[in-house]
Ligand binder design. Structure first.
Ligand SMILES: NC(=O)c1ccc[n+]([C@@H]2O[C@H](COP(=O)([O-])OP(=O)(O)OC[C@H]3O[C@@H](n4cnc5c(N)ncnc54)[C@H](O)[C@@H]3O)[C@@H](O)[C@H]2O)c1
Length: 332
């Protein structure tokens, strides 16, 4: 298939690109490089064995997207492009609505114009909000606590409406939990611009001496060791989840929301412990007060992905930490 990946040079998009190319699909990448580096393209070329087709373009530019759809006979789109900092989304909501919601509408218009109606959308566990029960299943109420989560939910709602209006659309929203780790080659991984928002790149920068210490925001939660617990999932497991979703979306019209998580929660201390072992170093840490808006614990019920997609995460926390550190070492 010819598959268009928006945000294809980003963390998750680039890893999905390797798996899709390995399966023999033709991948066409679009990215405006606002949170990724152009070097990822040549690294992808090294992994895949040939340079993927790439357009430096913004998904809000519908005309440009129209021309890409005209040039390539696209069968399916995976829409990764989006901004993902919860903190920034709260201080700069318009930027997030414009990019995440506006960008998605622009893409959908271009898809409609080109009569492409198969889509996999990068949604997020943040759509659920404060857990009313755990693990979160896909029927859990969706009451996001921040602008980022609201933009993801709004796009899901647009997609649901679209599939009601035109039953020929096949749409899968994948609600990712906490992706970490990197490709085994160490050539691609999570390489954010500026200060990292996520735990793993932050820990890597402390281990390599770039940052003096790791701030732990709260060690007095009602969790097994007082620190926050999350459902960390290896980015290659997540990437493989997209191949499973692709096979599903080809045969199942309609709208489907599916969690991609492991179903297991690890604490911040679990992750630090596993990382220290993997990197053979000590992570200097400082406990800070809780951050407002942080949840104590959440994790996925992963049964729907297993039943509908035949997919399950298989890599453990050690592999996540080892691969993340391996990428960081090669990059620095
Ligand atoms: N990483 C996570 O923790 C996580 C969790 C849940 C959901 N998600 C979602 O998954 C998707 C991919 O996340 P990621 O971790 O790979 O993030 P990322 O920032 O590494 O990748 C996103 C890519 O999209 C590009 N981009 C952003 N806006 C664009 C635009 N308007 N036009 C073209 N390109 C644009 C960026 O340059 C970047 O390369 C995002 O939509 C994110 O919200 C991520």
């Amino acid at each position: 298939m010819n598959i268009l990946l928006t945000g294809g040079l980003g963390f998750i998009g680039s890893h999905a690109a390797t798996v899709l190319a390995e399966q023999g699909h033709q991948i066409i990448l679009v990215d405006n490089l606002c949170n990724s580096q152009i070097e990822v393209l040549s690294h992808l070329g090294q992994i895949i064995g040939k340079q993927p087709i790439f357009y430096e373009a913004d998904v809000r530019n519908t005309n440009l997207l129209n021309s890409i759809f005209q040039k390539h006979s696209i069968d399916l789109v995976i829409h990764f492009a989006g901004l993902k900092s919860v903190a920034e989304s709260v201080t700069n909501p318009l930027k997030y609505y414009d990019n995440n919601v506006g960008g998605s509408i622009s893409l959908l218009e271009a898809m409609q114009g080109a009569k492409v109606n198969k889509l996999i959308f990068s949604s997020s566990a943040t759509v659920y909000g404060v857990p009313q029960y755990l693990p979160y299943d896909e029927s859990h109420p969706t009451v996001p606590m921040n602008t980022y989560g609201k933009t993801k939910l709004q796009v899901e709602e647009i997609l649901r409406d679209l599939s009601h209006a035109d039953p020929d659309w096949s749409i899968v929203c994948l609600r990712y939990f906490n992706p970490v780790g990197a490709h085994e080659s160490g050539l691609i991984g999570e390489h954010p611009r500026g200060m990292p928002n996520n735990l793993m790149p932050y820990v890597c920068q402390v281990a390599s001496g770039k940052l003096p210490h790791l701030n732990i925001f709260g060690d007095d939660y009602e969790t097994k060791d007082g620190t926050g617990e999350r459902d960390y999932i290896h980015v290659m497991d997540l990437a493989e989840g997209h191949v499973a979703a692709l096979n599903f979306v080809n045969q199942h019209p309609g709208f489907h929301a599916i969690n991609l998580g492991t179903g297991v929660s690890y604490s911040v201390y679990d992750l630090i412990g596993a990382f220290e072992q993997a990197a053979n170093s000590t992570i200097v840490r400082k406990v800070q007060p809780r951050r407002s808006g942080d949840l104590a614990i959440y994790y996925a019920k992963a049964d729907k992905a297993k039943n509908l997609l035949g997919w399950q995460a298989k890599r453990d926390l050690q592999v996540m930490c080892k691969s993340g550190w391996n990428f960081h070492k090669q990059k620095s």
